[in-house]
Write a protein that binds this ligand. Structure first.
Ligand code: FES
Length: 248
């Protein structure tokens, strides 16, 4: 297999911004809808994660571990699993979100109340509305559109909701697009690195759910906001079928 730098067509001396630019470009080229293939797309993702996890030229081959495409990269055969939780971690560790010994175990961690932006669209509501979540709670919405999930410490939100059986939009799963963006309405989330969101977006509580984890006991987020102005231009071809809109 080519080295991660060859896969991304990236100079080994490239800085972080150049890495993200190369990744965004290669992810578009490798996407199955754009003439690439699922294998090529996974290779590009694995290469990006390996470099972010500290891969250096000469470190050997990389491979994705997990037939479900879980976000684990091995660097050399005797290397530890990586990357760390900020890109999703292993399915085993994240499985605690939906696993455990019963209902109480499932309710540990940050309580995250979520709402689909499509609901705001349908009702003429906006992100700044007072009592937005109270109004949503009163609507009797299904659990795809509105509900709660408990997120374990330092577990990324996207992985946690997926472990709980939900499907939210995403593409790169590495902080290089805006497909997985959420608007934090209450509480806070830590995003360890930011290469695509503007300062203004960050100030307005926009976070990338694939690399962000809650830092407050309670959190309210609106997901499926990637078509909002500013975020729309940062999207990559989606990797998610159910929430893809007709024009994607
Ligand atoms: S899916 Fe691309 S930044 Fe999260």
């Amino acid at each position: 297999m080519d080295s991660p730098f060859e896969i991304l067509q990236l100079d080994p001396d490239a800085d972080e911004d150049e890495l993200v630019d190369a990744y965004r470009q290669r992810v578009k080229e490798a996407h199955p809808d754009h003439g690439g293939s699922a294998d090529e797309f996974q290779s590009v993702r694995a290469a990006y994660e390996a470099i972010r996890a500290g891969y250096k030229p000469g470190d050997g081959e990389i491979e994705l571990v997990g037939g479900d495409g879980s976000r684990v990269v091995n660097i050399n055969s005797d290397a530890d699993e990586g990357p760390s939780e900020d890109t999703g971690g292993t399915t085993e560790s994240d499985g605690e979100t939906s696993g455990g010994d019963g209902a109480d175990a499932n309710r540990k961690g940050t309580r995250v109340e979520y709402l689909d932006y499509d609901v705001l669209d349908e009702h003429g509501w906006s992100l700044g509305d007072e009592n937005l979540f109270e109004k949503a709670a009163a609507e009797g919405l299904n659990t795809d559109a509105y509900g709660e999930v408990f997120v374990q410490p330092r577990t990324c939100l996207l992985k946690a909701v997926e472990s709980d059986g939900h499907s939210w939009p995403y593409a790169c799963r590495g902080g290089a697009c805006a497909n997985c963006a959420v608007a934090v309405v209450e509480g806070d989330m830590e995003m360890p690195a930011n290469h695509v969101l503007s300062e203004e977006m960050m100030d307005h509580g926009i976070r990338l759910s694939c690399i962000s984890h809650p830092t407050t006991d309670d959190l309210k987020v609106v997901y499926n906001i990637e078509h909002l102005p500013g975020l729309d231009e940062l999207r990559l071809p989606p990797q998610h079928a159910r929430n893809v809109r007709p024009n994607d």
